[in-house]
Design a protein. Sequence first.
Length: 234
Amino acid sequence: MRINKFLAEQGVASRRGSDQIIAEGRVTINGKTAQAGDNVEPSDTVLLDGKTLSHKVKYEYYLLNKPKGCVCTVSDEKDRKTVMEFLPAGAGRVFPVGRLDYATEGMLILTNDGELAFRLTAPQNEIPKTYLVRIEGVISDAQLNRLRAGVEIERGVITNKCKINVIETNKQYTKLHLVLTEGKNREIRKMFETVGKSVDFLKRIKIGELTLTGLDRGAIRKLTQEEVFYLKNL
């Protein structure tokens, strides 16, 4: 098993985060500093910051209705509140799957299952994620069609095609449902900026067909076995 996958399954970090930890020289395999691409066998002794990691893993899966005003990281250099503070007492070492920015609310999965995290976040898997978006004022059909077709949000960065439906509109604001199959940094906010619109509320409400029904803002619960099975087979 690749060392970054092993670390992800331990709940240390995502695969990408594990690559960074390896690059920092914090991981050893049988006393030697690990390198990207190294493999780990069940008989190997793996240490992170001098502490032994077990090869036996008990997977945990949580669903959080993230409120705004916290970040999707295990720790924060600016000492801001993180989503880890919502975990119940006794929770294992899990990490957030993907990110919602500081001002964005909604569905966030936390787990130590690196394979599931990879499945849900890898762009090539095109896992649909649905967002409730509120923008200022009204939006025209021409503007919506531009967004649906894909727009350039940064130099050379063009969004994939997406689904957008207006669910409520008046002179003050418009509410929409938007379905993305990718997850670029601040993507939705940047998308609407390209058509001159400002997002004043953003909430992820679904991953696939999994919803937040019955889960209040800031509340967290364990995923059921059926929900985990569903996510693993998206």
